[in-house]
Ligand binder design. Sequence first.
Ligand code: AQP
Length: 332
Amino acid sequence: MRFISGIQPTGNITLGNYLGAIKNFVNLQNEGTFDDILVFVADLHAITVPQDKLKLRQNIRSLVALYLACGLDKDKCHIFIQSEVRAHTELAWILECNTYIGELSRMTQFKDKSQKHQTDGVSTGLLTYPVLMAADILLYDANVVPVGKDQMQHLEMTRNIAERFNSKYGETFVVPEGRVNKNTAKIMSLVDPTKKMSKSDENPKSFITLLDDINIAKKKIKSAVTDSDMLIKYDFENKPGISNLLSIASAIEEKSIEEIEKSFINKNYAEFKEYVANVVADLLTKIQTKYNEYINSPIIDEILDEGANYANYLADKKINKVKNKVGLGRKK
Ligand code: AQP
């Protein structure tokens, strides 16, 4: 059994990325069900919107150090950079020729991001992003893809593309299953808890990054938008802010929401926020201590070299098979 997943190095990694994705990768890695695990840095996805070249380079390295600091183990998984495996873009092109503009333009993320980037121009890559994501997954015959709920629509599209290709050209791809961690599926913005927490949000108070200064992170939790009644209870419809803080604490502490609610009966929001702020601060402190050990260590390049070799080996075999199926080039 193989799983694959990746994160875009589009900024500092948030608590949303950690709880919705990385923590899930680490749990799956440690549960021992998978005998092959691939985790990558999705740098090709990052350039669908404008990026500063130097920052992008830093973010790529920083994301690898964060993967390790959060608990990914180089002896249990292969970590690589997407752009170091050429077959991703090659397969994406072939799949694009088997995907329709109508289905791509219906994607929620495309609609949101194209609105956001009206002034600097909407790239074609923003539209075709889900096809590159399909290539990322289908190249490796991954059985499972751990994602946050926000990415499930793209995962569904990957499944459709795989099924369509298999029925047109014969059995080629494994149709993957998306795996969402239900407790932590979607962490919301601290400023507008009806919107998801995103690392590229213009307002830094809306997100906590794993590398935030601890005191600043605590302040962000303490000033998170909540509501005016004084009940600490999960009710996403009517109390999205409090519900979001409950989800965050429950996910980090691995405690049920009910258990946390019980311990805050007759307590006020300030006490509750203090608790959540401390839970977050403890997590960040642990991650940052490890991050500082990795970020300047040569081990990062060793891990990435090994990861790229392994990923290229698997991806080359697959892309050759795909080209044969489609009738491209000379038969090998
Ligand atoms: N708020 C969130 N709650 C839970 N999971 C989340 N993920 C992202 N935000 C949340 C999960 O993180 C993984 C990596 O995401 P990505 O960087 O590849 O793309 P994204 O979903 O677009 O993440 P961001 O933070 O919102 O990035 P930007 O701002 O650049 O678009 C995915 O598994 C995602 O589900």
